[in-house]
Each structure stands twice: as structure tokens, then as C-alpha cells.
Design a protein around this ligand. Structure first.
Ligand SMILES: [Ca+2]
Ligand SMILES: [Ca+2]
Length: 559
């Protein structure tokens, strides 16, 4: 990895020209690298045409990959598919990337669609796939007469692991709940396909904020929130006793924030819970708790009652429902429904709610304006805005610093970055700082480090949620002289393994000397390799000292 002075100077100049966007984008996909098996992924295979499993012997990267054995052809492309459900926001272009290979040259399919009828397809704007072929199905309303850039088609993969990417066209997003499907209905029976490292991220400016319910700020009106035509599964609706005269609209009258809020005119007198209810639903992943917020105010003081329930309510998994009663006033207040809320209803009192495993977890939030003795009086106006649904307690647990130089000359610059955020859909935004700005400065946002004076500077990189922090030391050297300057980008992958599995030393071209220590400082193992063998290590945390240019020390965990 040794680089000469001139290379560094050119490299640094090049980096200065593209400092924006150095922060990596947040990956929307949970368990994007399949290190937790197929958790959070949905395999759709009605008739046993394919077998979905996890590859542990020869994964594409890390310890595991998704593995799909195609046993029989399917009638349609999408009748055998591996799916991920995710929220999309209108106007945003998404970059979808993944690694794939097959046991022999093969065709696999990719589909990006509404997760509901009429299964409207998204379009793509650009792709690394040179021969993506739309799959046109006569007589299928959503799949006939496809344009070349409709995202339902097949493409070739080979026996070599390759990365593929597609950037979507942001102008056709008209819903919030989409499904990305790897499809195997046209793959030759007998073929095995491996997939790994799936990323869905913003392709341009901005980043995903973790909200599972886009459009809850009502700035785009009500249309993106509605499931037209099917009242039973509408994402958003007002339920009202037919005798009542209450109304609702998205209005620009005195909005809580932005230019619009949902405004409810509570016209009729008192009622019971179901007489006047505002309902929205969202999707999340099994085993995951969510946290829901919205802002509310009212011309007259009174109580609203909000319940959060899993759906369907009557399945064996049952749905606990969380009850939250709030007194609303003319002051805007943020209502929070959290897993710590009181548990009511006729189900278990665990505080956990479960999902129907067949569906992506479907949750409903009911807010009644006509519940109890303290309900908001007739002739009141109520505003609702900024509905946000987050995965509860989703924080960055770890990441790696990459591109850190071992040494840097005074006056030279190098841009640091991060990789391998865990969990894969955790916030990925970090802030950079140095412990001594007299020795080097760093741009908190872009990670550009600039040498100021000779000495050692410690750089701290911290996640925005304050939950993860990594440090690296850099020696700042004299601006004159001809000594080599080099870049250390060494990191471990993965950083947590089951005993016996290999850890790769990455970011270095050749084998390197390393020594593994336990947390008591006892030397456990030495090697000259790019692979750390964990067969002889018991469960626990270890430090590995890598004899690269900066004697990097990294931590890993054997499980
Ligand atoms: Ca993997
Ligand atoms: Ca608003």
C-alpha cells in the first residue's frame, strides 16, 4: 500500500474536488449482508420451486450469503422470489446495488414494485447491467407492454462474484411501500444463485431518515398516503359513524409545520371510540419494535385516545395493542407511542407486539377523537402533522474507519471515511474530530484531515446517535524530505465471527504479520497472512496488532 509523495498530492487534490457526499449513505436494508441469515427477508415460493437458505461454506463476503437453489421453473418470473420491503419517498432516486454469482452462467430476475395491487413497477434511470431485459406478460395489466426501463426483467450473472447496480427514476414513486424482489422464475432448474451485500440508498443529495412512514408531514397532500379503492387495507383513512358531520382535509390553514397539516373538523357531539377515528398503518420487520410520533393541536382542549396494534388482529400471533390517552390543547405537542406505553386490550400484557410472519409486520395506529368523558368537544378544529415511525432504539453499534493515513505531511490532506456500519440499516452519519488542532485539523463533516505541525494527532469518529465511536492516530511529519508517505486502510471483516470462521484483514495488498492478544494482553496467536484463523480462540474479545505501516490495532469478537 505504499504510495509516493506525488501520488498522495494528486490523490488529495482529487479528493478536494469531490468533498461532498463523502459521508456514506444510510442503507435502508436491514441484514443487508445476510450475516443474520435470511432475517428480515421474505422468500416467496408458493409451490416449492426453489429452496432458500444461507451459504456458510463459501459466502460472497463475510460469513454468510443468501443461497437460492432453483429446482423447478415457475410460471411467472416473480413466483419464486427473495424480497425486501422498504419505504420510498417521492422524488428521490435510489441506488440499488448487490453482489451475485451462480453455479453456472444463468439468468435471474429483478423486480421493484408497489407492495400491493396494482403492483405498479418502478422505472430505472441508469444501471451497470448492460442487458436487462423486461419480462412482458400478455394479459397481465401490470406486466404487459413494458418499457425498456421498467424494473421487471432478467439479466445474466456468471460464476464470478460481481457487483451490480441500478439507479431508479425518482419521478414515478407514488406509494410508500415498495418491494425489491430477486426473482428466479426464469432461472434454469438446477442452478444455485448466491446474493450478498444488498444496498438501497439515496443516489443523490439527502439521506434516509429512518422514517418507515414517508409523507407524514402532509406536504404532498393526502394522495400518497391513501390506498385507493380498498377500504380494508387503506394505509390511511378516517373512520366515521355515518350519522356524524365531521370532516377532514389537508389544509394550509395555520399548519403545525411546513405548508400543510391534516385538519379535522369535529362537528358533531360526543360519541364512542369508533365513532370518529383517524387510522394509519405502516410496515416493519418481525421482531422489531417501533416508535411512533405525531404532532397535534386543537382549538379546544380534550382527550384523544391512540391505540397501536398489529394487524391482522385475529391471527394466532395476536396483536397486543398499546393505549395512549393524551390531553390535546391549543399548544402543539408531540404524541409518542413507544413500546413502553401501557398495554391494554384482551391480549397478553408483555409489552411486546408480534407480527404475522407471513406479512411484513403490518401495524395500525387508531386515534379516536370521540373516546371517553373528556373527549374534544364539538365544533373543534384539530391539526395533525409530522407522523414519524421509527425502528425503536436503532443505533449504530460499530463501523470501521477507512482511508486513514499512517503519516501525513504538514500541509497535505487526506479524506477519511467509514465502512461496514452495523446494523446495516443503522444511521451512517458520523462526525470527525481531532484532539489537537495545532497538529492537524479535520473537517467535522467531510473527514478531510490536514497536517499542521509535526506530532501525533488522535482522530475520533463518532456516530450521530453517539452510540459508536472509533479512533485512529496519525503522525504528522515534516513537509520537506523524501521519506515515503503511505496510506493505511487496514480493517477487519467481519469483526464478529463464530469460532472457527475466518476473519479477513482487508485494505492491504499482501499478507501481513499480525499478533492476536486476548483482553488480558496475553499473546494468543501470530501469523503472516491476510486471514486470521479463529479455530483455536475461545469465545471473547481480542485485539489484533497488524504490522502495517502504522501498526494498526483492531478488535474482533469470537462468538
Ligand atoms: Ca455476507
Ligand atoms: Ca406539514
Amino acid at each position: 500500500m505504499k504510495k509516493n509523495y506525488f501520488f498522495i498530492a494528486i490523490f488529495a487534490l482529487a479528493l478536494f474536488g469531490s468533498v461532498n457526499g463523502q459521508q456514506i449513505k444510510r442503507n435502508i436494508v436491514a441484514n443487508a449482508n445476510f450475516e443474520d441469515g435470511l432475517k428480515h427477508w421474505r422468500s416467496y415460493d408458493a409451490n416449492g420451486r426453489v429452496a432458500f437458505s444461507t451459504e456458510t461454506e463459501n459466502p460472497l463476503s463475510g460469513e454468510k450469503s443468501a443461497k437460492v437453489l432453483v429446482k423447478y421453473s415457475a410460471l411467472t418470473l416473480w413466483d419464486a422470489s427473495l424480497k425486501y420491503f422498504f419505504p420510498m419517498t417521492s422524488g428521490v432516486k435510489y441506488k440499488i446495488s448487490f453482489q451475485a454469482k451462480a453455479s453456472e452462467d444463468a439468468e435471474i430476475g429483478l423486480e421493484l414494485t408497489f407492495n400491493r395491487a396494482p403492483w405498479t413497477l418502478l422505472k430505472y434511470e441508469s444501471t451497470s447491467i448492460s442487458d436487462f431485459t423486461p419480462v412482458d406478460v400478455d394479459g397481465n395489466a401490470a406486466r404487459s407492454g413494458l418499457d425498456d426501463n421498467d424494473l421487471c426483467g432478467t439479466f445474466p450473472i456468471t460464476t464470478e462474484t460481481q457487483e451490480y447496480w441500478i439507479v431508479t427514476d425518482g419521478t414515478h414513486i407514488t406509494d410508500w411501500n415498495y418491494s425489491l424482489a430477486f426473482c428466479f422464475g426464469r432461472t434454469e432448474p438446477g442452478t444455485t444463485v448466491w446474493i450478498d451485500n444488498v444496498r438501497i440508498e439515496y443516489a443523490e443529495e439527502g439521506d434516509w431518515d429512518g422514517n418507515l412512514l414517508p409523507y407524514g408531514d402532509f406536504e404532498e397532500g393526502i394522495a400518497p398516503l391513501l390506498w385507493q379503492g380498498d377500504n380494508e387495507v387503506q394505509n390511511f383513512r378516517i373512520e366515521r359513524n355515518g350519522a356524524r358531520t365531521d370532516t377532514w382535509e389537508v389544509s394550509d390553514e395555520d399548519p403545525i409545520s411546513g405548508n400543510k397539516s391534516l385538519v379535522i373538523n369535529r362537528n358533531s357531539g360526543n360519541g364512542v371510540f369508533w365513532d370518529f377515528v383517524f387510522v394509519f398503518q405502516f410496515w416493519t420487520i418481525e421482531g422489531v419494535r417501533t416508535q411512533t410520533f405525531f404532532d397535534i393541536k386543537s382549538t379546544n382542549e380534550g382527550m384523544i385516545s391512540t391505540r397501536l396494534a398489529s394487524e391482522p388482529w385475529d391471527r394466532p400471533v395476536n396483536g397486543d395493542h398499546l393505549v395512549n390517552d393524551v390531553i390535546v390543547t391549543a399548544e402543539v405537542q408531540r404524541v409518542e407511542l413507544s413500546p413502553d406505553s401501557k398495554v391494554g386490550g384482551n391480549n397478553t400484557a408483555t409489552g411486546n407486539y408480534a407480527f404475522d410472519p407471513h406479512w411484513l409486520g403490518r401495524m395500525k395506529v387508531f386515534t379516536s377523537f370521540t373516546e371517553g368523558a373528556n373527549q374534544i368537544p364539538a365544533d373543534s378544529k384539530i391539526w395533525i402533522d409530522n407522523i414519524v415511525v421509527n425502528e425503536y432504539n436503532l443505533k449504530t453499534q460499530s463501523f470501521d474507519i477507512v482511508n486513514a493515513p499512517a503519516t501525513l505531511k504538514i500541509g497535505e490532506s487526506q479524506q477519511l471515511s467509514i465502512a461496514n456500519v452495523y446494523p446495516t440499516h443503522a444511521p451512517a452519519h458520523v462526525t470527525y474530530s481531532v484532539d489537537d488542532a495545532n497538529i492537524a485539523t479535520i473537517d467535522a463533516e467531510t473527514g478531510i484531515l490536514t497536517g499542521v505541525a509535526q506530532g501525533t494527532v488522535n482522530i475520533t469518529v463518532k456516530s450521530d446517535d453517539d452510540n459508536a465511536e472509533e479512533t485512529v492516530a496519525v503522525n504528522i511529519t515534516s513537509a520537506t524530505g523524501t521519506e515515503a508517505t503511505f496510506i493505511s486502510t487496514v480493517y477487519l471483516y467481519p469483526t464478529q465471527v463464530n469460532r472457527g470462521n475466518a476473519i479477513e484483514i482487508r485494505g492491504i495488498d499482501n499478507s501481513v504479520s499480525f499478533e492476536v492478544f486476548n483482553m488480558s494482553g496475553q499473546s494468543m496467536q501470530k501469523g503472516l497472512s491476510k486471514i486470521i484463523d479463529t479455530s483455536n480462540l475461545v469465545k471473547g474479545s481480542y485485539l489484533v496488532k497488524i504490522a502495517d505501516d502504522s501498526n494498526t490495532t483492531k478488535r474482533f469478537i469470537v462468538k
